[in-house]
Design a protein. Structure first.
Lengths: 213, 495
């Protein structure tokens, strides 16, 4: 992946010119980068952790949107190793359309750098394009956690995230779809950063290339 | 020495109806209210009095005595509004006024009476003005609040004045109830033969306190001015509202927004002037055919931004069905709180915070504010009680999280899900959950958690196991120990 020119979103006049330009990217850990102002999909048993680790690299509130069952099962006690649970704003929709509406609103807000959307099945082209446009307006990162099947969508990347049996805080992430780059698979390991006194600092994500997930 | 004037409005609910030209007040009429599960007469008209009824009578008894009796339940809200209006009016008498709900006012008239030509003249003037407003009143003036209160209610005449320093003499002939004691205490004292306030003066204070408790001596000494009991004027909370009446009904969306814009400018300007903001706004739309419709919006933080109000009302106004138009509108700001003004352009952190509360407001107004929540830590060792959700709108201070003493799953199922054991073990070697089969590779446990016995639904002791499945997720298995054939559950899923 080449070095990208970082541009300020506000300098961009129109959407058309924006999409042609190089984008702001978030570096999780070399070489894994996530484009900002884009929506990404995550699947698999450890998709939650993909979202949480991404959020740990970003500042500001994390808007976590889903149905009552999913929102109710999220436990902050475990999350506090990675992020400050007070950052999370839980938003509960009663239907898929409400969840998608809330996701659009949240992605549009410039303050929300990270929006996590839980869906039972992946967004279709129409839904994902709407989310994509909202994300471009807001400039944050949207992560869709797909619990069921994924569909053809306009999302930037799709990640298959599984727990690794190498121990705690170890996962295997494989990039199964990428609109602007190569695919790949990585073994991921999280090391807690040496902080004290309740200061939340992003831990280190170690990546090692894996042949296949 | 302070001088206090107490106004008692004994017939306030009746006066309220009388002022509205209610014809029933002239006949056999009574106000009733529910006291201890029984409807009782509280205020009686002249006609009802002559029919032989008295206050405190239960409604069935009163009906038996006087079959023509007309009644109406009391309306505390309207009565309070009238009292409040009188409280504002009393500003013309003295600058130092306190409400004495539900049916009285206290005025500190120290240094005011000479403006009216003395205390007697002032009291007469006050009564006259109230009578002009068709309100019955009784007035007591004394050195203390308690004494003035007692004289207004238990004095022989409508105006009773105890001269400066003559409180003891004025109170002596009054019954014990004049001390504003709890019902039980005064009936207890009656049983011992104490009937008048004067009798108490002859007994040593210490003995009274020992027999009847400190509350008696306290109210006695505040009545006599031995302990301070000042008139504390309660500043009225201003009402931030605006209304508009139109000569002809309107129904087009653009017109409605135009009206709302004018109302919101007026309300928000006043809020901004007082450096205040409101968390809720109510818009009443009175349709010519279907009556009042109240729309409301909320904000995550108090605001007086007129544009935000307009924007949030756009959707509820759009959903409102108006067929024949509406001609009366009222916008009211509720939950008013002071806000700190800040400079927008220089304070980026503040700006981000502001954006966050904006998105909370937007989400909450559509989905409901109970659906936009945040985590709050709780003191408990049980995994499901370690945290709660609070409405994001309600949370004002940041909370701090202490590090978790033990490893907990990221997904915690509120109701543990039962699994099907395929190969028994502790924990099971192979099991089926959510239509998938898992094999245990490594298990850590048990972690035994006892129930919180101080809760009514404390449940029973539980054992938890951290299970690493072969090529699969890390799960949190749970069982209730002590059973021969234990049932296993999935309590959560680790990252």
């Amino acid at each position: 992946m080449s070095v990208v020119e970082i541009i300020n979103r506000r300098d961009v006049g129109t959407l058309a010119s924006f999409t042609l330009q190089a984008r702001e990217e978030l570096c999780l850990s070399e070489p894994v980068r996530l484009a900002k102002g884009r929506v990404h999909e995550a699947m698999g048993d450890s998709a939650d952790m993909f979202a949480v680790l991404t959020a740990s690299r970003l500042s500001g509130p994390i808007i976590w949107i889903g149905l009552a069952r999913e929102i109710g099962s999220l436990a902050p006690t475990a999350l506090q190793d990675f992020i400050n649970p007070a950052r999370i704003i839980l938003t509960e929709g009663v239907s898929r359309s409400e969840v998608l509406w809330a996701a659009e609103q949240a992605l549009r807000a410039t303050c929300a750098q990270c929006v996590v959307i839980e869906l039972s099945s992946g967004p279709n082209l129409r839904e994902s394009r709407r989310l994509q446009i909202a994300a471009e307006e807001g400039g944050g990162i949207g992560i869709i956690l797909i619990h069921g099947r994924a569909h053809t969508s306009a999302c930037e990347t799709r990640w298959q995230c599984e727990a690794s049996n190498a121990g705690e805080n170890a996962w295997v992430w494989s990039l199964t779809k990428n609109r602007k780059g190569e695919l790949g698979a990585w073994r991921v390991h999280w090391a807690n950063s040496e902080t004290s006194g309740g200061a939340y600092e992003a831990g280190v994500i170690h990546l090692a290339a894996a042949t296949a997930a | 020495m302070r001088r206090v004037l107490s106004i008692w409005l004994p017939q306030l609910p009746l006066d309220l109806r009388y002022r509205k030209d209610d014809p029933r007040v002239a006949e056999c009429f009574a106000i009733i209210s529910e006291i201890k599960n029984a409807w009782r007469l509280t205020h009686l008209s002249e006609g009802a009095m002559t029919a032989g009824l008295s206050a405190g009578l239960s409604l069935p008894d009163a009906r038996a005595i006087c079959p023509d009796l007309m009644t109406e339940p009391s309306d505390p809200v309207r009565e309070a509004a009238l009292l409040r209006a009188l409280w504002r009016w009393a500003d013309s008498l003295s600058p130092w006024i306190a409400l004495d709900a539900p049916d009285g006012l206290f005025l500190d008239i120290t240094g005011c009476a000479h403006l009216f030509g003395g205390e007697q003249a002032m009291a007469a003037h006050t009564r006259e003005r109230l009578t002009d407003m068709q309100i019955t009143s009784r007035i007591g003036i004394a050195d203390t609040k308690g004494a003035a209160w007692a004289l207004a209610r238990f004095g022989q005449s409508d105006i009773k004045i105890a001269g400066a320093g003559k409180t003891v003499a004025a109170l002596a002939p009054l019954p014990l109830e004049a001390l504003r004691l709890p019902q039980k205490l005064s009936s207890d004292m009656r049983r011992t033969g104490l009937k008048r306030v004067g009798q108490l003066m002859e007994i040593k204070r210490a003995e009274l306190a020992r027999r009847f408790g400190l509350s008696l001596t306290q109210s006695l000494s505040s009545c006599l001015g031995h302990s301070p009991d000042p008139v504390s004027p309660k500043a009225a909370d201003p009402i931030y509202a605006a209304r508009m009446t139109l000569p002809d009904p309107i129904g087009l969306q653009a017109d409605l927004l135009g009206v709302l814009e004018r109302l919101s400018i007026s309300v928000c300007k006043r809020l901004a002037g007082d450096a205040k903001g409101a968390r809720r706004y109510y818009l009443t739309v009175r349709c010519v055919d279907t009556g009042d419709h109240v729309l409301h919006i909320g904000f995550a933080r108090p605001t007086h931004e007129q544009r935000a109000v307009l924007q949030q009302f756009a959707k509820p106004l759009d959903e409102l069905k108006i067929e024949f138009g509406a001609d009366w509108f009222r916008l009211e700001a509720a939950h008013v709180e002071p806000i700190q003004p800040f400079q927008i352009s220089l304070d980026q952190h503040k700006q981000a915070e502001d954006d966050t509360s904006k998105i909370i407001s937007t989400l909450g107004n559509r989905l409901g504010f109970d659906r936009v929540r945040q985590f709050m830590p709780m003191q408990s060792h049980l995994p499901e009680r370690e945290f709660i959700h609070v409405e994001a709108m309600d949370r004002r201070e940041p909370v701090s999280w202490t590090a978790a003493p033990r490893k907990r799953p990221v997904r915690l199922f509120k109701r543990p899900e039962r699994l099907v054991t395929l190969e028994a073990g502790r924990p099971p070697k192979r099991f089926q959950w959510r239509q998938s089969v898992y094999a245990t590779q490594e298990a850590k446990g048990p972690e035994r958690l006892t129930a919180e016995w101080w809760h009514s639904d404390f449940g029973s002791v539980r054992d938890y196991w951290q299970v690493q499945t072969e090529d699969g997720p890390r799960l949190w298995l749970m069982t209730y120990p002590g059973t021969t054939e234990p049932d296993w559950f999935i309590a959560g899923r680790f990252a």
